[in-house]
Design a protein around this ligand. Structure first.
Ligand SMILES: C[S@@+](CC[C@H](N)C(=O)[O-])C[C@H]1O[C@@H](n2cnc3c(N)ncnc32)[C@H](O)[C@@H]1O
Length: 314
């Protein structure tokens, strides 16, 4: 079937993530695309849902190639909903706010940059706390979106990590000349987001929008590998085995409704050959094990053969 590609769509620049994100799927895009169902972007599959969008590596890659009428992107991290909605509604304001930050930061020496970073971090935490106190749901906020990108580009390791009080607590990263504003990337992302609805919500919301003409790609948080997983599963940010099972129920429900779905996860047999958690959970679906080029160890001898699971129902 020939994709219905409009001229505007064909001329759009390819979009990419604007954040570095834990578990980002840029390294696995070829495998993911090779495992997508045929007919993406045609009348047969005109809707895309990504319930754990993170940095959106898969959304940006697929929507640069295939013209979906509508996309639905979910995540429980409020900064992602604010950033993507701000880019969608007013990319110019995000660019301006980030340009100011970049100019101020790059004009300083290392001590000055460090002080500027910690001031931005404190401002960010105060903004988040004030919004929380006011119970404000603020999907568009260019200033806050710009601070998120600024911190992501200048913090240690490009991590986004908050403590139990939801405070961003990553230390300063020592980069020589970080690019903080990458305007063309922000504008390409904003273009791609025009046909997307971005919602701060739990993955289960996918059931509201998915039908036979929908493709859903799930990239839930990885299952903890340590033997103490049963302890960590009580912590706020862990996606426990019970959560994996809740997700599988949704997968089975939507599968019965004829929705095409692809799910990725780290393969537990990387660490324990006998761990068949996902094989059992997703019994009856097509489970592929593909090589992941994830750099998990700085010593190349110890990188080993890391596999990722791709589970599909078509
Ligand atoms: C592995 S990351 C996704 C990475 C993404 N594929 C990328 O390329 O950047 C998992 C994401 O799921 C989100 N998340 C965790 N629990 C969730 C839930 N119950 N519903 C929706 N999103 C959730 C996290 O905030 C995180 O952004």
């Amino acid at each position: 079937m020939k994709p219905a590609v409009s001229k505007d769509f064909a001329e759009r620049p390819a979009a990419q993530p604007v954040l570095k994100w834990a578990g980002g799927k840029s390294q696995l895009l070829d495998e993911i695309e090779a495992h997508c169902p045929p007919g993406l972007g045609t009348k047969a599959i005109d809707t895309y849902i990504e319930p754990f969008v993170g940095s959106g590596a898969v959304f940006f890659a697929l929507t640069s190639k295939f013209h979906f009428k509508k996309s639905y992107l979910f995540d429980v991290n409020p900064e992602l909903a604010i950033l993507y909605n701000s880019l969608k509604e007013d990319v110019g304001a995000v660019v301006d706010a980030l340009a100011k930050r970049q100019d101020a930061y790059l004009a300083k020496d290392e001590d000055g940059r460090k002080a500027y970073y910690y001031a931005a971090r404190a401002e960010y935490n105060e903004t988040v706390a004030a919004a929380h106190r006011a119970a404000a749901k603020d999907p568009v906020n260019a200033k806050r979106a710009a601070i998120t990108v600024f911190l992501n580009r200048t913090c240690f390791n490009g991590l986004f990590r908050v403590n139990s009080k939801s405070e961003f607590n990553v230390p300063f990263g020592r980069y020589k000349n970080p690019t903080i504003l990458f305007e063309s990337k922000l504008r390409a992302a904003a273009e791609a987001l025009q046909s997307a609805t971005i919602t701060l919500t739990d993955f289960a919301r996918a059931a509201e929008y998915a039908d036979k003409k929908t493709f859903v790609y799930y990239d839930p948080p990885y299952r903890p590998i340590s033997k103490t997983a049963s302890f960590t599963s009580y912590s706020k940010d862990t996606f426990s085995d019970a959560e994996q099972a809740r997700l599988c129920s949704l997968y089975r429900e939507l599968s019965a409704a004829g929705v095409r779905q692809l799910l990725s996860n780290s393969d537990p047999t990387n660490h324990d050959p006998a761990d068949d958690f996902f094989d059992k959970l997703y019994e009856g679906f097509k489970i592929s094990r593909v090589a992941a080029r994830r750099v998990i160890n700085s010593n190349p001898d110890k990188r080993g053969d890391i596999r990722e699971l791709l589970i599909r129902n078509y």
